[in-house]
Design a protein around this ligand. Sequence first.
Ligand code: 13P
Ligand code: SF4
Length: 301
Amino acid sequence: MNSQQKKIRELLKERRAILLVHYYQRPEIQEIADVLGDSLALSMAAAKNDAAVIVFAGVHFMAQSAALLAPDKTVLLPRPDAGCPLADMASVESVQKMKSKEHDACFVTYINSTAEVKAASDVCCTSSNAVAVVNSVKDKRKIIMLPDGNLARWVSRQTDKEIIAWPGYCPVHHFLKAADVAAKKRQYPSAPFAAHPECPAEILALADFVGSTGAILQFARTSSAPEIIIGTEEGILTELQKQNPGKKFIMASPQLVCHDMKKTTLDDIEKSLVAMQPVITVPEEIRASARRALDGMLAVS
Ligand code: 13P
Ligand code: SF4
């Protein structure tokens, strides 16, 4: 640990704070996490901990979800400009418009969404539990999955429920090219390809394993393959390499970088803990409805 990392750990202790870190964050931030995880693991950690303060090293929707799940705690997002372009692809107005046309449908909303959109939805999901959440919808209602169309199409291939996919996408995963994956497969012919369900169908068709970041880590731990091609954001390499020092991980493309996830630096975290700012809150009028959608998700996770 360098001196700044030590300083941050001391500040965290003084403030009775915990640092929640997504796998896509910079390595030096992952190193000092209290909890390092994927979207589901971090939501669960936010909902259940003894701290007074949660510092979120991730993007805005993650901190907003933590604020919903831990209303008695102060939630800090060191870089409030760290957004998620996918979350911005479903506005509450567009969801309300769809609801007025499809009033009998069940709206299953990816956690990568604003609190307003969650509040207008029936239940949330992450990439770890999307299939389970969809299958938990008891009646025969049509399901509208938003905002990630790729995730929706991947889920619909694993369930007999009728799913309408929203036209949103994660720009990091969506633009991964089949030609890039094919080139890596030629270079490493015996390496399995593990991809995130935010990738488009033609990429997932090439995959030996599809799952959330947490599931890809589990696949890498249990696979006997010494080399694995990775189809998700490059930040996952830090933990893949830490957990599997004898294995080689090959990025399917050098373009798999989320610039929003990389905005947060150690400086930002230190400043945020000193100033106890920026605090993320959720407007009172949508808090209960958005929380209900998240609680529905946690109940099947
Ligand atoms: P998971 O954390 O569910 O794997 O999702 C990845 C992601 O894109 C988070 O923004
Ligand atoms: Fe959003 Fe994609 Fe970045 Fe995740 S990787 S925060 S879905 S843009």
